[in-house]
Design a protein around this ligand. Structure first.
Ligand code: DGY
Length: 323
Protein backbone atom coordinates (compact mmCIF):
# COMPACT_ATOMS: atom_id res chain seq x y z
CA UNK A 1 0.00 0.00 0.00
CA UNK A 2 1.24 3.52 -0.83
CA UNK A 3 2.02 5.81 2.12
CA UNK A 4 -0.50 8.62 2.69
CA UNK A 5 0.45 12.27 2.48
CA UNK A 6 -1.36 15.55 3.01
CA UNK A 7 -0.75 18.26 0.40
CA UNK A 8 -1.62 21.83 1.41
CA UNK A 9 -0.60 23.67 -1.73
CA UNK A 10 -1.71 23.55 -5.35
CA UNK A 11 0.84 21.79 -7.55
CA UNK A 12 1.23 21.84 -11.34
CA UNK A 13 -0.54 18.78 -12.85
CA UNK A 14 2.62 16.85 -13.71
CA UNK A 15 4.03 17.29 -10.18
CA UNK A 16 0.73 16.26 -8.60
CA UNK A 17 0.84 13.16 -10.80
CA UNK A 18 4.42 12.44 -9.68
CA UNK A 19 3.32 12.72 -6.06
CA UNK A 20 0.30 10.48 -6.67
CA UNK A 21 2.51 7.84 -8.32
CA UNK A 22 4.22 7.40 -4.95
CA UNK A 23 1.58 8.28 -2.40
CA UNK A 24 -2.12 8.39 -1.62
CA UNK A 25 -2.63 12.15 -1.61
CA UNK A 26 -5.23 14.15 0.31
CA UNK A 27 -5.26 17.75 -0.85
CA UNK A 28 -6.41 20.46 1.57
CA UNK A 29 -6.49 24.24 1.34
CA UNK A 30 -4.44 25.02 4.46
CA UNK A 31 -3.46 23.74 7.90
CA UNK A 32 -5.97 25.71 9.99
CA UNK A 33 -7.43 23.71 12.91
CA UNK A 34 -10.84 23.61 11.19
CA UNK A 35 -9.31 22.11 8.06
CA UNK A 36 -7.43 19.54 10.14
CA UNK A 37 -10.67 18.67 11.94
CA UNK A 38 -12.56 18.32 8.65
CA UNK A 39 -9.92 15.89 7.32
CA UNK A 40 -9.07 14.28 10.66
CA UNK A 41 -8.62 10.74 9.25
CA UNK A 42 -6.27 11.88 6.45
CA UNK A 43 -4.16 13.89 8.90
CA UNK A 44 -4.04 11.06 11.42
CA UNK A 45 -2.86 8.56 8.79
CA UNK A 46 -0.46 10.79 6.84
CA UNK A 47 3.22 9.90 6.86
CA UNK A 48 4.14 12.95 4.80
CA UNK A 49 3.18 16.62 4.62
CA UNK A 50 3.90 18.91 1.66
CA UNK A 51 3.19 22.61 1.13
CA UNK A 52 4.35 26.07 2.19
CA UNK A 53 3.64 29.19 4.26
CA UNK A 54 1.69 27.53 7.08
CA UNK A 55 2.63 27.04 10.73
CA UNK A 56 3.70 23.53 11.68
CA UNK A 57 4.01 23.11 15.44
CA UNK A 58 3.13 20.80 18.34
CA UNK A 59 -0.66 21.26 17.93
CA UNK A 60 -0.57 19.98 14.37
CA UNK A 61 1.94 17.22 15.14
CA UNK A 62 -0.41 15.92 17.81
CA UNK A 63 -3.03 15.35 15.10
CA UNK A 64 -0.49 13.58 12.88
CA UNK A 65 0.83 10.59 14.89
CA UNK A 66 2.07 8.75 11.76
CA UNK A 67 4.04 11.69 10.35
CA UNK A 68 7.61 10.87 9.27
CA UNK A 69 8.54 13.74 6.95
CA UNK A 70 7.47 17.26 6.06
CA UNK A 71 8.58 18.99 2.89
CA UNK A 72 8.31 22.75 2.48
CA UNK A 73 8.27 24.53 -0.87
CA UNK A 74 10.65 27.20 0.41
CA UNK A 75 14.17 27.71 1.63
CA UNK A 76 12.97 29.40 4.84
CA UNK A 77 11.53 27.21 7.60
CA UNK A 78 10.92 29.67 10.43
CA UNK A 79 7.24 28.62 10.35
CA UNK A 80 8.24 25.12 11.52
CA UNK A 81 8.89 24.21 15.14
CA UNK A 82 12.09 22.30 14.45
CA UNK A 83 12.52 21.23 18.10
CA UNK A 84 9.05 19.69 18.07
CA UNK A 85 9.85 17.90 14.79
CA UNK A 86 13.15 16.64 16.21
CA UNK A 87 11.45 15.38 19.35
CA UNK A 88 9.11 13.33 17.15
CA UNK A 89 11.95 12.35 14.73
CA UNK A 90 10.10 13.92 11.81
CA UNK A 91 12.33 14.96 8.90
CA UNK A 92 12.10 18.53 7.57
CA UNK A 93 13.04 18.98 3.92
CA UNK A 94 13.39 22.33 2.12
CA UNK A 95 14.54 23.84 -1.19
CA UNK A 96 17.79 25.71 -0.46
CA UNK A 97 19.22 25.87 -3.99
CA UNK A 98 16.26 26.22 -6.38
CA UNK A 99 15.61 29.93 -5.75
CA UNK A 100 19.08 31.43 -5.25
CA UNK A 101 19.46 33.28 -8.57
CA UNK A 102 15.85 34.47 -8.66
CA UNK A 103 15.97 35.99 -5.17
CA UNK A 104 19.27 37.69 -6.06
CA UNK A 105 17.50 39.17 -9.11
CA UNK A 106 14.74 40.46 -6.80
CA UNK A 107 17.34 42.09 -4.58
CA UNK A 108 18.89 43.87 -7.55
CA UNK A 109 15.41 44.96 -8.64
CA UNK A 110 14.83 46.47 -5.17
CA UNK A 111 18.22 48.19 -5.21
CA UNK A 112 17.70 49.67 -8.67
CA UNK A 113 14.07 50.66 -8.16
CA UNK A 114 14.72 52.31 -4.77
CA UNK A 115 17.81 54.21 -5.93
CA UNK A 116 16.39 55.32 -9.27
CA UNK A 117 12.84 55.79 -7.92
CA UNK A 118 11.53 53.59 -10.72
CA UNK A 119 8.11 52.83 -9.22
CA UNK A 120 7.50 56.40 -8.08
CA UNK A 121 8.41 58.12 -11.36
CA UNK A 122 6.61 55.49 -13.48
CA UNK A 123 3.47 56.28 -11.46
CA UNK A 124 3.98 59.98 -12.12
CA UNK A 125 4.20 59.30 -15.86
CA UNK A 126 0.95 57.31 -15.69
CA UNK A 127 -0.72 60.20 -13.87
CA UNK A 128 0.19 62.51 -16.75
CA UNK A 129 2.78 64.51 -14.81
CA UNK A 130 5.48 64.19 -17.50
CA UNK A 131 4.60 67.32 -19.36
CA UNK A 132 8.05 68.81 -19.92
CA UNK A 133 11.73 67.91 -19.64
CA UNK A 134 12.35 66.43 -16.21
CA UNK A 135 14.26 68.28 -13.47
CA UNK A 136 16.05 67.26 -10.28
CA UNK A 137 12.79 66.42 -8.54
CA UNK A 138 12.69 63.31 -10.78
CA UNK A 139 16.34 62.34 -10.24
CA UNK A 140 17.53 59.33 -8.31
CA UNK A 141 20.92 58.26 -7.01
CA UNK A 142 23.55 56.08 -8.68
CA UNK A 143 23.86 52.37 -8.02
CA UNK A 144 27.02 51.57 -9.96
CA UNK A 145 30.27 51.80 -8.00
CA UNK A 146 28.46 52.47 -4.72
CA UNK A 147 29.30 50.22 -1.77
CA UNK A 148 26.95 47.33 -1.10
CA UNK A 149 26.75 45.81 2.38
CA UNK A 150 25.36 42.29 2.50
CA UNK A 151 24.12 41.01 5.86
CA UNK A 152 23.94 37.23 5.61
CA UNK A 153 26.43 35.77 3.14
CA UNK A 154 24.88 32.47 2.09
CA UNK A 155 24.01 31.27 -1.40
CA UNK A 156 21.77 34.27 -2.14
CA UNK A 157 24.31 36.72 -0.69
CA UNK A 158 26.95 35.27 -2.98
CA UNK A 159 24.69 35.56 -6.03
CA UNK A 160 23.94 39.19 -5.06
CA UNK A 161 27.66 39.94 -4.61
CA UNK A 162 28.29 38.54 -8.09
CA UNK A 163 25.67 40.80 -9.68
CA UNK A 164 26.71 43.88 -7.69
CA UNK A 165 30.45 43.50 -8.09
CA UNK A 166 30.82 42.11 -11.60
CA UNK A 167 27.80 43.83 -13.10
CA UNK A 168 27.78 47.18 -11.33
CA UNK A 169 31.39 47.59 -10.17
CA UNK A 170 30.26 47.82 -6.54
CA UNK A 171 32.70 47.22 -3.67
CA UNK A 172 31.21 44.50 -1.45
CA UNK A 173 31.16 44.48 2.37
CA UNK A 174 29.57 41.59 4.17
CA UNK A 175 28.70 40.55 7.68
CA UNK A 176 28.30 36.88 8.47
CA UNK A 177 29.23 34.54 11.25
CA UNK A 178 31.99 32.99 9.15
CA UNK A 179 34.30 34.33 6.49
CA UNK A 180 33.21 33.40 2.98
CA UNK A 181 36.34 32.50 0.98
CA UNK A 182 34.57 32.31 -2.37
CA UNK A 183 32.96 35.75 -1.95
CA UNK A 184 36.34 37.21 -1.02
CA UNK A 185 38.25 35.55 -3.86
CA UNK A 186 35.71 36.03 -6.65
CA UNK A 187 34.13 39.37 -5.71
CA UNK A 188 36.76 40.95 -3.49
CA UNK A 189 34.19 41.00 -0.67
CA UNK A 190 35.39 42.32 2.71
CA UNK A 191 34.24 40.63 5.91
CA UNK A 192 33.43 43.22 8.59
CA UNK A 193 31.44 43.84 11.75
CA UNK A 194 27.79 44.84 11.43
CA UNK A 195 28.64 48.31 12.76
CA UNK A 196 31.31 48.87 10.11
CA UNK A 197 28.95 47.69 7.41
CA UNK A 198 26.17 49.99 8.63
CA UNK A 199 28.53 52.96 8.70
CA UNK A 200 30.16 52.38 5.30
CA UNK A 201 27.57 50.82 3.00
CA UNK A 202 25.44 52.84 0.58
CA UNK A 203 23.06 49.89 0.27
CA UNK A 204 22.48 47.78 3.37
CA UNK A 205 20.94 44.50 2.20
CA UNK A 206 19.47 42.02 4.65
CA UNK A 207 19.09 38.44 3.45
CA UNK A 208 18.86 36.88 6.87
CA UNK A 209 16.68 33.97 7.91
CA UNK A 210 14.46 34.55 10.94
CA UNK A 211 15.90 33.05 14.13
CA UNK A 212 15.98 34.05 17.79
CA UNK A 213 19.28 35.86 17.09
CA UNK A 214 18.08 37.79 14.02
CA UNK A 215 14.63 38.92 15.24
CA UNK A 216 14.64 42.76 15.28
CA UNK A 217 18.36 42.83 14.48
CA UNK A 218 17.70 46.08 12.60
CA UNK A 219 16.27 48.62 15.03
CA UNK A 220 16.59 52.32 15.88
CA UNK A 221 20.25 51.94 16.88
CA UNK A 222 21.21 50.22 13.62
CA UNK A 223 19.35 52.74 11.44
CA UNK A 224 21.02 55.60 13.31
CA UNK A 225 24.43 54.19 12.40
CA UNK A 226 23.72 54.15 8.66
CA UNK A 227 24.58 56.99 6.32
CA UNK A 228 21.77 59.50 5.81
CA UNK A 229 22.04 58.63 2.11
CA UNK A 230 21.82 54.87 2.76
CA UNK A 231 19.17 52.69 1.19
CA UNK A 232 17.95 49.74 3.25
CA UNK A 233 16.94 46.57 1.41
CA UNK A 234 15.23 43.53 2.96
CA UNK A 235 14.40 40.34 1.07
CA UNK A 236 15.05 37.85 3.86
CA UNK A 237 12.39 37.85 6.56
CA UNK A 238 10.30 40.79 7.76
CA UNK A 239 10.63 40.36 11.54
CA UNK A 240 14.42 40.75 11.24
CA UNK A 241 13.51 44.45 11.13
CA UNK A 242 11.76 46.51 13.79
CA UNK A 243 9.35 48.00 11.27
CA UNK A 244 8.30 50.87 13.52
CA UNK A 245 11.95 51.88 13.91
CA UNK A 246 12.38 51.70 10.13
CA UNK A 247 9.35 53.95 9.60
CA UNK A 248 10.74 56.46 12.10
CA UNK A 249 14.19 56.39 10.48
CA UNK A 250 12.67 57.01 7.04
CA UNK A 251 10.40 59.76 8.37
CA UNK A 252 13.26 61.53 10.19
CA UNK A 253 15.60 61.28 7.22
CA UNK A 254 18.04 59.07 9.17
CA UNK A 255 18.20 56.93 6.03
CA UNK A 256 17.28 57.84 2.46
CA UNK A 257 14.98 55.06 1.26
CA UNK A 258 14.00 51.41 1.57
CA UNK A 259 13.25 48.54 -0.78
CA UNK A 260 11.27 45.82 0.97
CA UNK A 261 10.01 42.44 -0.17
CA UNK A 262 9.17 41.14 3.31
CA UNK A 263 7.34 42.58 6.31
CA UNK A 264 6.61 41.91 9.95
CA UNK A 265 3.03 41.13 8.98
CA UNK A 266 2.24 39.61 5.58
CA UNK A 267 0.21 40.52 3.64
CA UNK A 268 1.27 44.06 4.58
CA UNK A 269 -1.82 45.80 6.03
CA UNK A 270 -3.09 48.53 3.69
CA UNK A 271 -2.97 50.88 6.69
CA UNK A 272 0.84 50.51 6.94
CA UNK A 273 2.64 53.86 7.04
CA UNK A 274 5.24 52.36 4.70
CA UNK A 275 2.69 52.50 1.88
CA UNK A 276 2.35 56.26 2.25
CA UNK A 277 6.07 56.90 1.80
CA UNK A 278 7.29 57.76 -1.70
CA UNK A 279 10.81 56.62 -0.78
CA UNK A 280 9.66 53.05 -0.04
CA UNK A 281 9.36 50.33 -2.65
CA UNK A 282 7.12 47.62 -1.16
CA UNK A 283 6.78 44.28 -2.94
CA UNK A 284 4.45 41.40 -1.98
CA UNK A 285 7.15 38.84 -1.03
CA UNK A 286 8.00 38.05 -4.65
CA UNK A 287 11.58 36.94 -3.88
CA UNK A 288 11.30 33.59 -5.63
CA UNK A 289 8.05 34.26 -7.48
CA UNK A 290 8.77 33.47 -11.11
CA UNK A 291 6.99 30.69 -12.99
CA UNK A 292 10.26 28.83 -13.58
CA UNK A 293 11.58 29.05 -10.03
CA UNK A 294 8.30 28.30 -8.30
CA UNK A 295 7.98 25.21 -10.53
CA UNK A 296 11.53 24.11 -9.71
CA UNK A 297 10.92 24.66 -5.99
CA UNK A 298 7.74 22.57 -6.10
CA UNK A 299 9.49 19.82 -8.09
CA UNK A 300 12.36 19.79 -5.57
CA UNK A 301 9.89 19.60 -2.67
CA UNK A 302 8.06 16.66 -4.27
CA UNK A 303 11.36 14.84 -4.86
CA UNK A 304 12.45 15.68 -1.31
CA UNK A 305 9.32 14.06 0.14
CA UNK A 306 9.73 10.97 -2.04
CA UNK A 307 13.37 10.61 -0.92
CA UNK A 308 12.50 11.22 2.73
CA UNK A 309 9.68 8.66 2.91
CA UNK A 310 11.80 6.21 0.91
CA UNK A 311 14.69 6.49 3.38
CA UNK A 312 16.96 7.94 0.68
CA UNK A 313 17.74 11.43 1.96
CA UNK A 314 20.98 12.79 0.51
CA UNK A 315 20.40 16.55 0.52
CA UNK A 316 17.98 19.37 1.34
CA UNK A 317 17.34 18.13 4.86
CA UNK A 318 17.20 20.62 7.76
CA UNK A 319 17.46 18.01 10.53
CA UNK A 320 19.37 14.95 9.21
CA UNK A 321 20.28 14.09 12.81
CA UNK A 322 16.82 12.55 13.33
CA UNK A 323 17.57 9.86 10.74
C1 DGY B 1 11.51 31.11 0.84
O1 DGY B 1 11.61 30.16 0.06
O2 DGY B 1 11.73 31.01 2.04
C2 DGY B 1 11.12 32.42 0.26
O3 DGY B 1 10.87 33.37 1.21
C3 DGY B 1 9.94 32.26 -0.67
O4 DGY B 1 10.00 33.31 -1.59
Amino acid sequence: MKPSVVLYKTLPDDLLQRLQNHFTVTQVSDLHPNTVLAHAKAFSEAEGLLGSSETVGPELLEKMPALRATSTISVGYDNFDVDALNARKVLLMHTPTALTETVADTLMALILSSARRVVEVAERVKKGEWTQGIGPDWFGTDVHHKTIGIVGMGRIGLALAQRAHLGFGMPVLYNARRQHKEAEERFNARHCSLDTLLQEADFVCSILPLTDETRHLFGAEQFSKMKKSAIFINAGRGPVVDEQALITALKNGDIHAAGLDVFEQEPLPVSSKLLKMPNVVALPHIGSATHETRYNMAATAVDNLIAALDGKVEKNCVNPQVL
